[in-house]
Design a protein around this ligand. Sequence first.
Ligand SMILES: Nc1ncnc2c1ncn2[C@@H]1O[C@H](COP(=O)(O)OP(=O)(O)O)[C@@H](O)[C@H]1O
Ligand SMILES: [Mg+2]
Length: 358
Amino acid sequence: MASAQQLIGLLKSHAEGDEDRFFDLAMQLAAAEEQKGHKRLAEQLRSWAEAGQSPPEKVRAVPTPIAAPRGDLAGLLSASYPTARINDLIVPEQLDDELRHVVVETRMTDALEAKGLRPRRRLLLSGPPGTGKTMSASALAGELKFPLFTVQLHGLITKFMGETAQKLRLVFDAVRTTRGVYLFDEIDALAATRGGDDVGEARRILNSFLQFLDEDTGPSIIVATTNLPEILDRAILRRFDLVLVYELPSEPAIERVMRRRLKAFDIAPISWAAVTHLAHGLSTADVIAASEDAARRAVLNSSERIDTESIAASLNRRRSLQGIGGAINAEGSQTSDSQRHRGEPPIQPKGRRGRKAT
Ligand SMILES: Nc1ncnc2c1ncn2[C@@H]1O[C@H](COP(=O)(O)OP(=O)(O)O)[C@@H](O)[C@H]1O
Ligand SMILES: [Mg+2]
């Protein structure tokens, strides 16, 4: 058996995205097992280690034609080959850990199955828009070097139950036979149909989805996302192996997001406490968009420098675009009309949770 030290080394190198070290350690482990006469285990370790190696960038950019959905599936699934990684995501540590764990579980499927266990393969990601749910599905695919198949929910739901079930069957056949990450994005669409005119029929569609979900997903991972967890049935929730709740970014997360996006600029003058306060209630995607807005303006002004005032103005523009209250100034107080007329950023954020999903 591998020593605790070796296992820690493996997990650590993996968590840090240090693929070369991960590969070396796995190979060392394989050699040690082989010496002990555990030939099969050694072979398995080597094949996992090789599977975990990134193909060269050029190869990754070119889609593997085998995985491209054909025939009837073409309108139901779209394939992509994401290069996103879990390191690109800025999420709370616990979420990050769970996503990494899913990757390791998938890589170690055989070892788990040998002990009668299954890797967790059905994930539900819920939370407000722009918090990284779709990106997480890409990152899982990117880490595992799996294709990402996005299920076209709107193409799936037809007026005729028989047809819908047939289409779902096609999708789930692919789930079983073609290894990939299958993304049922914004699954609310499916659940919401229960409120439609023909409730009976809509329920049958939903039930048939749940039934398929119950089947073994084979080597694939299913990721469903929702912006509106409250409309999802308990019956749906318990079908998933793992439910991850995404939230609007915390102040430290906001700062990380901005620093990362603005790293090409001189951001030394920024007062982070003031800026992160202004970003309260905005999603990660909004914070990125505001950073890009400030960056664009700096470039147009031939400036390398971004200060608190310019980033505050960009955040306030984002707030009003998203309809989350008016703008606030860097001290957090509502700006009066007279201040606004002097060209200073204008008002009062609403609560972080009071935001309507878009
Ligand atoms: N947690 C995050 N970490 C890093 N980038 C993020 C995060 N959330 C959102 N983004 C950025 O915003 C974009 C949209 O996010 P997305 O994953 O589509 O959000 P959601 O699916 O939750 O609505 C992403 O492509 C990424 O650029
Ligand atoms: Mg999304």
